[in-house]
Ligand binder design. Structure first.
Ligand code: NAD
Length: 503
């Protein structure tokens, strides 16, 4: 039996439970349908077949989940931190033990290739371990003595929080947001994306099997404008950690205004990879290809704009085209597959619409630019050349395996083009000129920049974007800053003079 046939067989076993019961909510330790009894259908992008139904929750379910999170909060906040740390490590153990099931379900639900999803499942476990070990320092503060006072600061968890996640690598992203919230001592209501709900249910079950008390983590499935909106408006929810599109972030900010929600937004990107003529061009080529065509290009940090210096452009683009033509598109569970199908018909239509836009704007489709097969949402990895910065393909987040190449002459041109989008998530700079790298990274408008490297995530570093790419940072202590409130306490050190009124 081939690896693919074996993997499909094992996937069928993993899906049985979802086929029987559908994806359900998990509130106060109980697995439940939506109160209304409503469901929506979830299909696989691989062959458009029905996977299961999903609970279509509304404000009533969100209210039950928020109340459960509120009730569970004091005990979770006050649990000895070493116990909390132990539970989080056991969640990581549970993820590792079920990594194949998680990865296979994720592939089938999202179309992502197994070569990346098996690592994404393990990264989820690493997120839990990292924040488990940081938990004992979460409440640490400063001592800021003044002439009359011993001022100390500490941090306290903000309370029940809402976590709203997108459909791209949903498992990994959920762990990335939820692990620090739990480590900080917050309780959680999670609303996963409607296009990719499977692994969120596995995750909450793993957490409770690991000893997480009921109500600490609640899962509510549903549509963004219904369940998601209700979560952002709920008075018991103190903060919303959101990953998704920039325009949804803007809606959430409005929806949360009446209840003064604290928000953390990780939003879209149109990230440049800038290749100067003095760079190690072979490594730059590998990294540029990896950062746009891995994960189907459905990646917020993808290098979707290639800015290449004109004097090396012909050679670089010729090699690039040959590699792009060679990328293996196929079934996500085939270990040889490099690019799988796009998540959903709606997203597929959006990505495909850019092929026409590229043509009508006068760019060249040097590779791809067409769908693959007639079942499932496959597109051929695509490269646009002869593009300019004002074209839609250079401005809009396409979020597929689609790269727009633009040439530049000087460093000033490169900087102008690189900064010429509403977004500012990441940038990748390839040069062996150190002073240029320093100059350029200083002026590049991005929250995260890698020089002579692809994106290599290091959990203690700040993750997030500027401009329309986000508000706030994840990673290390930055995550705790979001999920916790600062408190200052001043202790008088003597009998200092207190102003006397009415004496
Ligand atoms: P989306 O904004 O459409 O949906 C994200 C989540 O928000 C879903 O769970 C959805 O149901 C919910 N939602 C939708 N409308 C809502 C509303 N009015 N109120 C509350 N919740 C609502 O995003 P998507 O299409 O699922 O994900 C892709 C986007 O996510 C891309 O733009 C990508 O760049 C971005 N992303 C950013 C990062 C980052 O770290 N910056 C990481 C991953 C993805």
């Amino acid at each position: 039996m081939s690896d693919l046939t074996q993997n499909i067989k094992r996937l069928t076993d993993y899906l049985t439970r979802f086929r029987t019961d559908g994806v359900q909510n998990h509130i106060a330790g109980k697995t439940l349908s939506a109160t209304s009894g409503k469901v929506f259908d979830n299909a696989s992008p691989v062959d458009e077949s029905h996977i299961c139904t999903v609970a279509q929750s509304d404000g009533t379910d969100i209210d039950a989940a928020a109340k459960a999170a509120k009730a569970a909060f004091p005990a979770w906040r006050d649990m000895p931190v070493t116990d909390r740390r132990a539970i989080l490590h056991r969640i990581a153990d549970g993820i590792v033990a079920r990594a194949e099931e998680i990865a296979f379900c994720e592939c089938w639900d999202t179309g992502q290739a197994i070569r990346f999803m098996s690592k994404a499942a393990l990264r989820g476990a690493a997120n839990f371990r990292y924040f488990a070990d940081l938990a004992p320092s979460a409440r640490d503060g400063q001592m800021l003595p003044s002439p009359t006072l011993m001022n100390v600061t500490t941090r306290l968890p903000i309370g029940p929080v809402g976590v709203i996640t997108p459909w791209n690598t949903p498992f990994m992203l959920s762990t990335w947001k939820i692990a620090p919230a739990l480590a900080a001592g917050c309780t959680v209501v999670h609303k996963p994306a409607e296009f990719s709900p499977l692994t969120a249910q596995l995750l909450v079950e793993i957490a409770e099997q690991a000893g997480l008390p009921p109500g600490v983590w609640n899962l509510v499935n549903g549509l963004g404008e219904q369940a998601g909106k209700a979560l952002t408006e709920h008075p018991d929810i103190k903060a919303i950690a959101f990953v998704g599109e920039s325009r949804t972030g803007s809606m959430i900010m409005k929806q949360g205004a009446d209840t003064l929600k604290r928000v953390h937004f990780e939003l879209g990107g149109k990230n440049p990879v800038i290749v100067f003529d003095d760079a190690d061009l072979d490594r730059a080529l590998d990294a540029a290809i990896f950062m746009i065509y891995s994960l189907n290009g459905e990646r917020c940090t993808s290098s979707s704009r290639l800015l290449v210096q004109s004097n090396i452009a012909d050679k670089f683009l010729t090699k690039l085209k040959a590699r792009v033509d060679n990328i293996r598109v196929g079934h996500p569970l085939d270990p040889a597959t490099e690019v799988g199908p796009l998540i959903h018909k709606t997203h597929f239509d959006k990505v495909v619409s850019f092929f026409d836009k590229a043509r009508s704007d006068g760019a060249t489709i040097a590779a791809g630019g067409e769908r693959v097969g007639d079942k499932g949402y496959y597109v051929r990895p695509t490269l646009f050349t002869n593009a300019s910065t004002d074209m839609a393909i250079a401005q809009d987040e396409i979020f597929g395996p689609v790269l727009t190449a633009i040439t530049f002459d000087t460093e000033q041109d490169a900087l102008r083009i690189a900064n010429d989008t509403p977004y500012g998530l990441t940038g990748y700079v390839w040069t062996n000129d150190l002073t240029r790298a320093l100059r350029f990274t200083d002026k590049l408008e991005a929250g995260m920049i890698w020089v002579n490297s692809e994106n290599v995530r290091h959990l203690p570093t700040p993750f997030g974007g500027v401009k329309a790419s986000g508000i706030g940072r994840d990673g290390g202590d930055w995550s705790f800053d979001f999920y916790m409130e600062q408190k200052h306490i001043g202790f008088a050190t003597g009998q200092h003079k207190i102003p006397r009124l009415g004496a």
